[in-house]
Design a protein around this ligand. Structure first.
Ligand code: ZN
Length: 340
């Protein structure tokens, strides 16, 4: 999670039809993508890639084998959601080749963060540093994805709600891993407030709603990249996701699982849970376990194990999980509001 450098996105191209005409600027290019995003983009993009890498797994052994097959080229075009973008970032970091990112859904913030999320034995690790030149946000292309996937893009902004509080909790306990920055927390909360004010636009995935999500992420970077960490954006809500991912050994739509984390951890923090839940309901975020096929017994086990899970991982920051015991009663009352 350690990040170096002050900036990430080198240039941007935002608007309807932003992908059209891009091919003339790519030279020889390769593509990292998945089947559906590629089928949606190949016509708009045009041209013939030197090679197409379909992202099947982000396990380190697998992506290093793919890396060895990258042919000489001028540009790496990463097209898709989180993992396809991360694969392009990983290649660009390893080879120094120019990166162009074209998110086809906003369900995860991979397109604005410099490090690539990879997996080692199913555990997330963030490696390297890369910067898109340009980051291409094509509203029409984004709207070819189901609304719920773009709405899921608020997940890593919503997480500010619980993550900012976690940092305050850590600071009050004398456990903050970084110099405490009340101003960063204020900005983190202002970003979330702006998103909450655009709930209806986001629910509809209008141009303005989509741009609000992208702007939110770019603004987060102006805090997090100079600071060198994502403390305002990541805390206990993500740790519940890490536990569940390791327990269930399957991927989730990031914004949905983070939404579930915000639901649970805002309650553990006693941090305006009703307001944040109403917002998630209003935009139609699918944060209920039923939406993700998470069984009640698994979520109960995950929450029961959460404290020992985070205590066993010294790289995880101090949060409410370290401080407030998660009891069987608390779990029962928290889960009562969720659909299974
Ligand atoms: Zn996240």
């Amino acid at each position: 999670m350690k990040i170096e450098g002050e900036t990430n996105v080198t240039s941007t191209r935002f608007g309807r039809g932003a992908v059209d005409g891009l091919r003339h600027e790519l030279g020889r290019f390769i593509v990292t993508t998945m089947e559906i995003p590629w089928s949606l983009t190949r016509e708009r993009l045009g041209g013939t890639p030197e090679k197409i890498f379909l992202c099947e797994s982000m396990e380190i052994d697998h992506i290093e084998r793919q890396l060895a097959e990258v042919p000489p080229c001028d540009t790496i075009v990463a097209i898709g959601g989180g993992q396809a973008i991360d694969l392009g970032k990983f290649f660009s970091w390893k080879t120094g080749i120019r990166l162009v990112t074209i998110p086809t859904i906003l369900s995860v913030d991979a397109f604005v963060t410099p490090a690539a999320a990879i997996r080692k034995n199913h555990q997330v690790e963030y490696v390297g540093k890369s910067t898109p030149d340009p980051l291409v946000i094509d509203y029409d292309l984004l709207r070819t994805a189901p609304n719920e996937l773009n709405v899921a893009g608020v997940g890593d902004l919503l997480s500010n709600h619980t993550a900012c509080r976690d940092w305050e909790i850590a600071q009050a306990a004398g456990k903050s891993e970084y110099p405490f920055e009340p101003e960063s927390i204020a900005i983190g909360r202002a970003i979330l407030a702006d998103i909450m004010n655009r709930a209806d636009e986001i629910a509809r995935c209008s141009d303005e709603g989509l741009q609000a999500i992208v702007d939110g992420y770019m603004r987060i970077n102006t805090i997090c990249l100079p600071a060198g960490h994502y403390r305002v954006e990541e805390g206990s809500e993500h740790y519940l996701f890490y536990e569940l991912e390791e327990r269930l050994q399957r991927p989730f739509i990031h914004g949905h699982i983070v939404g579930l984390g915000v639901y649970c951890m805002s309650r553990l923090q006693e941090n305006q849970p009703d307001e944040v839940t109403q917002f998630m309901d209003r935009i139609g975020l699918k944060y209920h376990p039923a939406d993700m096929n998470i069984r009640k017994e698994d979520l109960v086990s995950s929450l029961s194990n959460l404290r020992s899970f985070v205590e066993g991982r010294p790289n995880l920051w101090y949060t409410i999980i370290n401080q407030r015991p998660i009891t069987a009663d608390w779990i029962a009352s928290t889960l009562a509001g969720l659909r299974f």
